[in-house]
Design a protein around this ligand. Sequence first.
Ligand code: GDP
Ligand code: GDP
Length: 489
Amino acid sequence: ERAVAASLPLIEELQKPSAAIDAPLIAVCGRPNVGKSTLFNRLTGTRRSIVGDEPGITRDRIYGEIEWQSEYARIVDTGGVVPDDEALIPSEIYRQARVALDEADAIIMVVDGRTELAAPDLELARILLRSGKHIFLAVNKMDTVQITSDAENFRQLGFRDVFAISAEHNNGIGDLLDAVFETLPRPEVEAPEELEEVWEEEPDPNAPKPRKLRSHGEYDSKETKVAIIGRPNVGKSTLLNALTGTDRSIVSPIAGTTRDAVDELVERNGHGFRFVDTAGIRRKGKTTLMAEKLSVIMARKHLEAADVGLLIIDATEGVAALDANIGGYAHESGRSVIIVVNKWDLVTTHRTDGQPPADQKAYTEQVRHALKYLDYAPLLFISAAEGINVNSVFREVQKVARERRKRVTTGQMNRFLADVDFQRASVPMNKRVKIYYMTQAAVAPPTFVLFTDRDVKLHFGFERFLENQVREAFGFVGTPIWFKVKARN
Ligand code: GDP
Ligand code: GDP
């Protein structure tokens, strides 16, 4: 257990800002022992997966990031459990394939160049090839040049792109990456969900009729994907049970393993709420360290699949460093966030530590101070175990889901800009830019493009000022707001 914890990434390492949360995804698949973890570690430059054949070790979908020639991608090791039982290998292969096919933009299938192809190789190849995705065959363990030519034998699997590599000795990796990155989609703006045509011309004040904001009812028909994130023991599973009205425990097919992502769908007030990867929410690490690391990995993964993140704080402990860390990921991810202070019952009534009952106003100030960058996030006080205020979670989720999809027309934006007194922004003179006009280019998260006189990165103070003004005028509660600058001329 100790060895497992040691080979997982350090929290500090995970704290590195994730530029890549919405970058394209590369999946690595292959049967056990072909060298997937070794390749993953080689590509990400970290030791994130567990190498070697320690049976029963879970390394269920470990994500990492790659930078190659100034481009970014995420990579997922679909590795999962290496079952002892040969009979279980086929189902493991299906599971990997599904992960890869569901999520990835490109797939690297790894085979062992020193052994004969086995039935699971053929089966996996068959499934992957049918998908029509970009698949690259990496024939691994080609440690010397002499045997490299043998890689050609593996063309019988049916892949066009075959690369002889040695993950351990770093042979052939560059060629493989060149080929993979060539095929990856390159989003210019990170993750805007509905990028609209951006005005390149000065808008004619008479021409475009301000479009009506969509009615709220329109959003209500859409389900909202919710991630429950937070440190171990803050009450994530308890809240999930309270929200879904279930108390299912994980039934695992193999002892010591976890299942695939399972979502739970709940309908409330005519609105669908999808709680993502509920098996992951209930998953517990065996050691404290392991559980903490897992909670960060899970938070990032769950946010990716969500519209709204519920950041759970334990009222008895206040905001800890790890909470702030997870909150930082939530902020960067562009997802909407609601801060949920749970176990409120424990600090208000029957306190066992002799402290006076907590004051909600003072508590709010402390949380706001510790999580400054989430100042747009609503803050709720609940008791998941006692079912107190749990319904407010549904209400707030619905509200922030609506807010993140709200659109401001260019007409409304022009009127708004005309009213803003930019002299009030505390920005050094030489950092000031003149905004000619501004338009909302995307929703979820709301993204605004500023057409300015100069091509400069917005000064922090200026961006902050502008964001506050936009929020004052238009709300956007719960969601981060992104700004992009375009110089006109
Ligand atoms: P996985 O189960 O597919 O993730 O495989 P691992 O990455 O755990 O590797 C299985 C074994 O193959 C380990 O003992 C590795 O050290 C070894 N291995 C991985 N890559 C290479 C390579 O390029 N050359 C050689 N000779 N061995 C390798
Ligand atoms: P997770 O690790 O974040 O999923 O946390 P759990 O849901 O397993 O909860 C950890 C512990 O806190 C359990 O013993 C729960 O019963 C307890 N707990 C969770 N929510 C509350 C609450 O609102 N009030 C009290 N008193 N205990 C709670």
